[in-house]
Design a binder for this molecule. Structure first.
Ligand code: AMP
Length: 193
């Protein structure tokens, strides 16, 4: 693995634990010589993780749509900043540049992004690891719901198991390093989307 995509809030959240976890994840990425791919903003948890990676001498690559450059205050000191024409182009490029995908605490944008990339794994479009960094129990009720969705047979068990959940960045990255994707019938190719 060379690059990890981190989806995270454009807000900072209510608790210091979220910022602290973003800094810990940044440190783990740099220690493992993994580049950060993220949404390219300078605000919230997004800005914090990029700043920390850069301060530690790591590589931070941002991908931001033109329309959000001003609104989300694009980070101006990144290793690379890709400006895309659309949100869909942004997410596609982030996926192409990355070897694994992590969601830190965040809002609707973060949830949409990790669910989309998890869906792509379910469809066999990619076989890269996807995970939640469950900081301060932020994702507890979501994982409970996902287990319920699997128990109710709307989510297949092998598909549920694709989404790795850990509390510590090191544990999550260890599981990424040894990730074996489940055998999944390839329903669609990227060209079909
Ligand atoms: P949030 O988690 O809502 O603070 O947003 C985190 C990131 O997700 C920001 O860069 C947003 O631009 C992005 N985002 C927000 N809505 C969407 C969406 N519908 N699709 C993709 N990304 C989004």
């Amino acid at each position: 693995m060379k690059n990890i995509c981190v989806y995270c809030g454009s807000s900072i959240g209510r608790q210091e634990a979220y910022s602290s976890a973003a800094r810990d994840l940044a440190r783990s990425l740099v220690d493992r010589n993994l580049g950060l791919v993220y949404g390219g903003a300078s605000v919230g948890i997004m800005g914090l993780i990029a700043d920390t990676v850069l301060q530690l001498g790591g590589k931070a690559v941002g991908v931001i749509p033109d329309a959000l450059v001003r609104k989300e205050i694009a980070h101006r000191n990144l290793t690379e900043l890709h400006v895309t024409q659309s949100m869909h182009e942004r997410k596609t490029l982030m996926a192409e540049l990355s070897d694994g995908f992590i969601a830190l605490p965040g809002g609707i944008g973060t949830l949409e992004e990790i669910f989309e990339i998890w869906t792509w794994a379910q469809l066999g479009i990619h076989a890269k690891p996807c995970g939640l960094l469950n900081v301060a129990g932020y994702f507890d009720s979501l994982t409970t719901f996902l287990d319920h969705a699997a128990a109710e047979q709307f989510v297949k068990k092998p598909h549920r198991s694709i989404l790795i959940v850990e509390h510590q960045p090191e544990a999550l990255l260890d599981r990424f390093a040894s990730y074996e994707p489940p055998a999944i019938q390839k329903w669609v190719g990227k060209a079909d989307l």
